[in-house]
Design a protein around this ligand. Structure first.
Ligand SMILES: [Zn+2]
Length: 275
């Protein structure tokens, strides 16, 4: 029963995420006006705005003008609902689960905005960084080991909260740095912008939540997923090799894996090296 409620909550939030995905890149308020049909501009009544159900009842068409509604709306709702369920299964009813759920929703929004517009808006990543730093003392991620590189020995002794904040800050800097440097190098070599500044800020945000280890793992997983998909698309001739594929969705995928399976992946990888 409780899992049904979590799923329903995830679907409702997912419905709101659709509004965010459509409106944030256009810099329209996500609160007002109420949702309307993009074709006939008729405001959508509440009973036509129920996650999944309304799409099925209306058979994917606007009640007023019959215009097709994109299958992406129910997909985003379902995706978010399932991610919320996964968060509860994995972390139980904890504050950490709430943060993971919030981060999941953010990843969904970033993924679809990047797919649509090839941008990752600052209005998401900057507040994300601030929140990541602010919650660090309470969000003791298993990946965010207190103070990397033996800094704890060099620095004067500090409270656990201060150490957690410093760790989040190091995650923020070291999360953004690799993509920033790769982008800089690429620009020098090819004289074109390869890595969007949005990706850099996105990874800085991820680093502030997951720490520097989590950020590095995210970039590795994202690059691996991006290579597999990119090469597959080129082999299938669905994509020209010189066109840019947005990296945000792959980084979001990497973040998701790191959040849910990071410690296991790192342990597996280290075990691999010892053999
Ligand atoms: Zn309509």
């Amino acid at each position: 029963m409780i899992f049904v409620i979590v799923l329903l909550f995830g679907l409702i939030v997912g419905s709101f995420l659709n509004v965010c995905i459509a409106r944030i890149p256009l810099e329209i308020s996500i609160v007002t006006p109420r949702s309307y049909c993009p074709q006939c501009k008729t405001p959508i009544r509440w009973y036509d705005n129920l996650p999944l159900v309304s799409f099925a009842v209306l058979r994917g068409r606007c009640r007023t003008c019959g215009q097709h509604i994109s299958w992406r709306y129910p997909l985003v709702e379902l995706l978010n609902g399932l991610l919320f369920l996964w968060a509860i299964f994995e972390f139980g009813f904890t504050g950490e689960a709430v943060l993971v759920m919030a981060l999941c929703s953010t990843l969904v929004v970033i993924t679809f905005i990047d797919l649509d517009h090839q941008i990752i808006p600052d209005v998401i990543t900057f507040p994300g960084m601030v929140i990541g730093l602010a919650v660090a003392p309470f969000f003791m991620s298993t990946l965010a080991v207190p103070l990397p590189f033996g800094l704890g020995i060099i620095l004067p002794p500090m409270g656990q909260n201060a150490a957690a904040f410093l760790n989040a800050f190091i995650g923020l800097v070291l999360g953004g740095a690799p993509l920033y440097l790769i982008g800089l190098l690429w620009e020098k070599l090819r004289k074109v912008e390869a890595m969007g500044g949005g990706d850099v800020k996105f990874m800085a945000m991820v680093g502030s939540f997951l720490g520097w280890k989590g950020a590095f793992l995210t970039i590795m997983l994202g690059a691996m997923a991006g290579s597999v998909v990119g090469v597959t698309l080129i082999l299938l001739k669905k994509h020209q090799a010189d066109k840019v594929i947005p990296f945000g969705p792959f980084l979001a995928f990497g973040t998701l894996l790191t959040m849910f399976r990071g410690p296991e992946i790192i342990a597996w990888y280290l075990g691999f090296i010892r053999i």
